[in-house]
Each structure stands twice: as structure tokens, then as C-alpha cells.
Design a protein around this ligand. Structure first.
Ligand SMILES: Cc1cc2nc3c(=O)[nH]c(=O)nc-3n(C[C@H](O)[C@H](O)[C@H](O)COP(=O)(O)OP(=O)(O)OC[C@H]3O[C@@H](n4cnc5c(N)ncnc54)[C@H](O)[C@@H]3O)c2cc1C
Length: 249
């Protein structure tokens, strides 16, 4: 964030996290022709879940279409449970394992990190509603459930893991979910409405949820950020050409 906004992280405890985006400067005439724009605009790339959480207070209302997009798009969930074992008990040449277990979608996908890292590591995934349910389980229950799935696939000789690492992106106050999805009733145009500038060009939005072509991905986040940053640079260098920020991605 640059100097045009006062961003306040109003608490040290994650549970009471609050961000205030308060405008300190006067509106600009045409931000794309203003050579001082570099010092007059901010780029906001908070995850959609954080924007939806009610913990971000904007000093001025956002454009109605942008607010509708924030309210309407969904923030999905994908969590991993990474398990470290003393030995490899799965086919070592396999990177990806699918599991059709007794509970539909529970531990449905697994990735072996053996070939990538040389370590006997397996990551079990849960997505969507199942991920929300598993997030409510403690570490012990989650790990036991994951090992049950592995024993169903590879037999009772599967050893207990030496260690585990479990993500809970929904509960993470800096994420509030994994990545965005088009909820029922929303359309691609909502992502377009989320991207770009607000407050007469003084505040711009980027990040995966704003990407029309590559939502929910790293490249969607990167490309929207690059376009927003490129528009700033164009203005700073005095370019009067059509800004991609204005046109949307
Ligand atoms: C388990 C999982 C697997 C994935 N796999 C893939 C994959 O294989 N390929 C792929 O392309 N994408 C994948 N993704 C999606 C990809 O990670 C995201 O789309 C991308 O990281 C989004 O980038 P972003 O910059 O929009 O948001 P983020 O990366 O979420 O960045 C937003 C930043 O804002 C910060 N922030 C939040 N709140 C505050 C606050 N109050 N004050 C200050 N800062 C704050 C956060 O800490 C964070 O650093 C995966 C995601 C998950 C969760």
C-alpha cells in the first residue's frame, strides 16, 4: 500500500483483526494524466474472504457493482494434511493418488512429494464442504482419519506418521478461505467488476478473485497485479494511452 490511504491493523489478536482503509487525500482530476499518481493511489489485493469478513472498513462506499461482486462471489476451501512417514509404502513412481472411500470426497485426493523432495511425504486434500467439516476437527482426529484412508488403500501395515502439518485456511484470519469461485447467481462479469479502480481511480483492486480469465490461481493473481502496477507505471511516465486497468482484464 502506498501513501494515499491510511491502513490500520487495529489489533494484535487475530480474532479482533481490523483493517481500516481511510482516504487521507483529496480526489484527483484524472488519475491517468496525473504525474503524481505514483504517490496518490493504492492497490488492494486482500483475499476475497477477508473483504467479505466485515473486518475491512472503507472510508467511502465502493462502486455498487464492486460491492455486489464482493458480496456475491464465493470463497471456497481446499485444505491439505501433509504426513511424514519413516518409509515409503505407496508406489514410489506415483505422484497423484485418488481415493474412492466410504465417505464421498473425504481424503479423495493425495499427492506424493517423494519424487519432488526425496522424502516420504504424502499430502491428503479435502475440498469444499468436506474441507469445512474437517477444519472443525482437531489435529489428532484429522491425522487419524487421514491414516484410516491410507490403510483402506494400502493395508493395515501402513505405519503411523512421524509428523503432520494441517492447513485450516477458512480459520486463518488473513485468508478466510482458499480461493474464490462463482457462487450461484454470479457471473464472470462480477469478477470484471471487482477488478480495477474505485474512488475515482485512487484505489485499485487486483488478486485472483478479480481475474476474469484465470481465477483461483497464482497466475490470475500475478497477472492482475502486474496489469494494475503497469497502469501506475504508465501514468507515472506520462503515458496517455488506454490503460488496461480502465479496460479491465
Ligand atoms: C491448498 C491450495 C492449493 C492451491 N493450489 C494451486 C495451484 O496448484 N495452482 C494455482 O495456480 N493456484 C493454487 N492455489 C490458489 C492460489 O494460491 C491463490 O489463487 C493465490 O495465492 C491468490 O493470490 P492473491 O494475491 O490473490 O491472494 P493471497 O495469496 O491470499 O494474498 C493476499 C495477501 O493479503 C494478506 N492479508 C490478508 N489480510 C490482511 C490484512 N488484514 N492486512 C494485511 N495483509 C493481509 C495475506 O496475508 C496474503 O499475503 C491454491 C490455493 C490453496 C489454498
Amino acid at each position: 500500500m502506498a501513501s494515499a490511504s491510511d491502513i490500520r491493523l487495529a489489533a494484535t489478536e487475530p480474532d479482533s483483526l481490523q483493517v481500516e482503509v481511510a482516504l487521507l487525500r483529496q480526489p484527483l482530476g484524472d488519475p491517468y494524466l496525473n504525474k503524481d499518481l505514483w504517490h496518490e493511489v493504492d492497490e488492494l489485493t486482500l483475499p476475497l474472504g477477508v473483504l467479505q469478513s466485515g473486518r475491512v472498513a472503507f472510508a467511502e462506499p465502493l462502486a455498487p457493482a464492486r460491492q455486489r461482486a464482493i458480496d456475491g462471489l464465493g470463497m471456497g476451501l481446499l485444505n491439505k494434511c501433509v504426513l511424514r512417514f519413516e518409509r515409503v509404502f505407496w508406489p514410489p513412481e506415483v505422484d497423484w493418488i485418488d481415493f474412492l472411500g466410504p465417505r464421498e470426497t473425504l481424503w479423495a485426493d493425495w499427492t506424493s512429494y517423494l519424487r519432488a523432495t526425496g522424502w516420504p511425504l504424502l499430502a491428503g486434500f479435502n475440498a469444499a464442504r468436506m474441507a469445512d467439516e474437517v477444519e472443525t476437527w482437531d489435529d489428532r482426529t484429522t491425522t487419524a482419519s487421514a491414516v484410516d484412508a491410507l490403510r483402506a488403500m494400502f493395508g493395515s501395515s501402513v505405519p503411523d506418521p512421524l509428523g503432520s502439518q494441517i492447513s485450516r485456511w477458512r480459520q486463518d484470519p488473513f485468508a478466510c478461505g482458499a480461493y474464490s469461485f462463482k457462487a450461484v447467481g454470479t457471473r464472470t462479469k462480477d469478477r470484471k467488476a471487482l477488478f480495477g479502480t474505485d474512488w475515482d481511480g485512487r484505489l485499485s483492486f487486483a488478486g485472483e478473485a478479480t481475474s476474469r480469465d484465470y481465477p483461483a490461481t497464482v497466475h490470475g493473481a500475478l497477472l492482475t497485479g502486474q496489469v494494475a502496477a503497469g497502469a501506475f507505471l504508465d501514468c507515472r511516465e506520462g503515458s496517455t494511452g488506454a490503460s488496461p486497468l480502465r479496460n479491465g482484464l
